[in-house]
Unconditional design. Structure first.
Length: 119
């Protein structure tokens, strides 16, 4: 199973970005999908998570600004980021809890995509 993230980049404060992460491989089902981020010198932290049923949870720091969604038919999770702040600068990683075609349930991570918020 592979997770391919895209959509990062450089944006000015107050701007928007949309991250995407597509899962591929021997997938039987995908449970929770989410986004984490890690800034230099900091630990990786949860940004947002969405269950297979569509329930969501957000870090307090991004509530009201970020929206997580998923397209189950495409095995893809999205993160719409609005009103971006310099403190949102980090490498963003997507995550998925997957049951593979062989019946094993494991955690999978994308390669990370850089988001830089700066004027």
């Amino acid at each position: 199973v592979q997770l391919q993230a895209s959509g990062g980049g450089l944006v000015q404060p107050g701007g928007s970005l949309r991250l995407s992460c597509a899962a591929s491989g021997s997938i039987f089902s995908i449970h929770a999908m989410g986004w984490y981020r890690q800034a230099p010198g900091n630990q990786r932290e949860l940004v947002a998570v969405i269950t297979s049923g569509g329930s969501t949870n957000y870090a307090n720091s991004v509530k009201g600004r970020f929206t997580i969604s998923r397209d189950n038919a495409k095995n893809t999770v999205y993160l719409q980021m609005n009103s971006l702040k310099p403190e949102d600068t980090a490498v963003y990683y997507c995550h998925a809890r997957v049951t593979t075609g062989w019946g094993r349930e494991d955690d999978y991570w994308g390669q990370g995509t850089q988001v830089t918020v700066s004027s």
